[in-house]
Design a protein around this ligand. Structure first.
Ligand code: COA
Length: 626
């Protein structure tokens, strides 16, 4: 079916000129397409022309008929049956070749140097973790627990979530911002199970400036909503916030991806069938008041929960009336009079129990039990600290890392002899089949073509892709004409890989194990390429180029000749390219220790499995509070 044929198909199925519901039509169309895809997969070679045409028709429908963003269509249409095809899973062989991950004497010098660097970075990781855990500090904690009689945010989460693993996101966000340290950006986000269902949580920490929203808080909340959308996970808001941090209103309010976007997202998510539940366990002032009123269902705690656009001091200033928070916007008022909430809870404990019960009504199929019968790698995960490159020149063969990540250290390599500076192949991680794309040097012409091919293979087979990124830190400088030709060919091949990565709709996880530099980072699914999750090792560096090459480039452009100024810039770049700087700005989803990588990837893969078809009907509408 071609672009021209698609409207014809619609007309033949539904009659031309009739009033059409495109969401319904698209689902019907996909059904046909999926059936066709299955048969094509059996009898056609890879990317056969018929399939290519189907893809074009699919794209045409996405972009022209529905007029929605690709992201939104990904949400609505991803064929679950293709993604975690049970056949693929059960046929995953335990007979994949075993990698030799032995460390040889020749590796010793580099290994030890990396290890020393990792020890410094890991120490910093632990310090920041401690700092983030303290929230707003002792005084604020006392005010929160003693005076305001509220539970701390982590206690709340303990009551809300099942007693199982969670995946906390961006715990170092907000540390070292120009406007001060905002521990965890004043808001914990992550993914945990609620009544057996993987759910995203967004929970204000009111010990941090009364839970007020800083620019980085907005970013963290939007990222968590993004994750809920991309992975189709229910979203639970624990709201306890004084609204916008007023002195920074210009960085919070006016722009597209500022505060209002969270409310926009709530509506879009609801319309896409992503359930949202709010628990009002503190103040919901001004903009914050829209979070609970726009959620599908809202629980509110008596006495400590308030929802209003302006609090008693503002009312007094505006009208001269003396009011109290309870009268102005307490749980009783909203449960009995305004209808802004749906469930009245006498205590916090009752509120989280109620939220758990709401999730239990979602009528979802629970994710399958986690596999436990997988093999562990043959080599110690702690050794990854000596393989984590302190810089690009300290990079050892990527297979040494792979052998410490994959089940049984097994790896079925694809195109082993071609474009060897990129390693591609299949493996299992914690029992999940994955495709791995890992840098092993420069992304050359051949390596890029191989990467492009492999990404398309994974996409066609519905296999999640893990990118292990360690890209080249220096820009290419064109020399002779012959070299220029090579470089432009390389550019063309990289462009092809970039396009394949951008268009692949399978789940993607990027782990920056070394450098995330310049153009090659795009092909390796950097942040702007929308991986479902992106984590950094503590040694990671993120920047256009490495600080070591900065002077070379600037001098070549005669940009800066003042050595003192150059030194200042280099020092600044040294700080700005660090993993912790990146994570504080939420350019990633968190820094993870190398030895935890397998566990984190396993958790993400588990979460993908729930990519549930929410109970939905074709004419879905946003849920409106009446
Ligand atoms: N902007 C900037 N700072 C704010 C703030 C806001 N919107 N809301 C609270 N803060 C600060 C307070 O100044 C205080 O700072 P400090 O610790 O340095 O003294 C800190 O947050 C905690 O506030 P406090 O009132 O002592 O705590 P609380 O737990 O008793 O009350 C609130 C918290 C949020 C209920 C209360 O501060 C409040 O009502 N704030 C105003 C909310 C508002 O009108 N927002 C409008 C946003 S558009």
């Amino acid at each position: 079916m071609s672009e021209v044929a698609a409207p014809r198909w619609i007309a033949s199925q539904f009659g031309s000129g009739s009033k059409l519901n495109f969401s319904f039509i698209f689902k019907e169309y996909l059904k046909v397409q999926q059936e066709n895809c299955h048969s094509y997969n059996r009898r056609q070679p890879y990317y056969a022309s018929e399939e290519r045409r189907l893809w074009t028709a699919n794209t045409f429908l996405r972009t022209h008929i529905l007029g929605q963003t690709i992201l939104r269509m990904k949400l609505l249409t991803f064929p679950h049956s293709l993604m975690f095809n049970s056949l693929v899973r059960t046929c995953v062989t335990k007979a994949y070749p075993v990698l030799n991950g032995e460390l040889k004497p020749i590796h010793q010098h580099v290994f030890e140097s990396n290890l020393r660097n990792s020890m410094i970075q890991n120490k910093r990781y632990l310090e920041l973790k401690k700092q983030a855990l303290k929230g707003g500090g002792e005084k604020a904690i006392l005010r929160h627990t003693q005076r305001n009689e509220k539970l701390l945010v982590r206690e709340r989460l303990r009551l809300l979530l099942d007693k199982e693993e969670i995946l906390e996101l961006s715990p170092f966000a907000g540390l070292g911002m120009p406007y001060g340290d905002i521990p965890a950006a004043g808001c914990l986000t992550g993914i945990g199970k609620v009544s057996g269902v993987w759910s995203v949580f967004i929970a204000n920490d009111a010990t941090v400036k009364g839970g007020t929203v800083y620019p980085v808080t907005v970013k963290k909340q939007l990222r968590a909503q993004d994750i809920a959308m991309q992975n189709r996970l229910p979203c639970i808001y624990l709201v306890d916030s004084g609204g916008a941090f007023l002195p920074l209103q210009a960085e919070i309010f006016p722009d597209k991806n500022h505060g209002g976007r969270a409310f926009y997202n709530e509506a879009i998510m609801s319309a896409a069938g992503i359930p949202q539940v709010a628990v009002v366990c503190g103040s919901c002032t001004a903009g914050g008041a829209y979070i609970p009123t726009m959620a599908d269902e809202t629980v509110m705690v008596d006495k400590i929960g308030t929802i209003f656009l302006a609090g008693p001091p503002l009312v007094k200033a505006a009208t001269g009336e003396d009011t109290n928070p309870e009268e102005l916007g307490g749980a009783t008022l909203h449960a009995k009079v305004s209808g802004c909430i749906d469930h009245f809870a006498a205590t916090e404990e009752e509120a989280y129990k109620c939220a758990r019960n709401v999730i239990a009504t979602l009528n979802l199929e629970l994710p399958p039990k986690m596999q436990t019968d997988f093999e562990e790698p043959l080599y110690a995960a702690e050794e990854l600290n000596g393989l984590a490159p302190r810089d690009y020149t300290h990079t050892l063969n990527i297979k040494l890392i792979l052998s410490r990540l994959t089940d049984g250290s097994k790896f079925l390599e694809f195109k082993a002899l071609y474009g060897t500076t990129l390693v591609t192949g299949f493996a299992q991680i914690k029992g999940h089949l994955v495709g791995i794309v890992a840098n092993n040097g420069e992304l050359t012409h051949n390596a890029s073509l191989k990467g492009s091919h492999f990404v398309q293979l994974c996409d066609q087979r519905g296999i999640p892709i893990i990118f292990l990124q360690n890209t080249r830190p220096n820009p290419t400088v064109a020399g002779t004409l012959h070299k220029a030709e090579d470089i432009t060919n390389q550019l063309k091949a990289q462009g092809s890989m970039i396009a394949s990565v951008a268009c692949a709709i399978v789940p993607k996880i990027t782990i920056v194990i070394g450098g995330c530099y310049g153009g090659e980072s795009f092909a390796m699914c950097g942040r702007s390429f929308d991986p479902n999750f992106l984590f950094l090792w503590p040694n990671a560096r993120i920047g256009l180029i490495s600080p070591n090459y900065y002077s070379e480039v600037l001098e070549s452009y005669r940009e800066i000749q003042d050595k003192a100024r150059l030194k200042v810039l280099e020092e600044m770049l040294e700080i700005e390219t660090s993993a912790f700087h990146s994570s504080s700005r939420i350019w990633d989803d968190g820094v993870i220790l190398p030895e935890d990588t397998r566990m984190v990837i396993g958790r993400c893969l588990n979460i993908f499995k729930q990519k549930t078809q929410f109970h939905s009907h074709p004419e879905r509408q946003v849920i409106l509070r009446m």
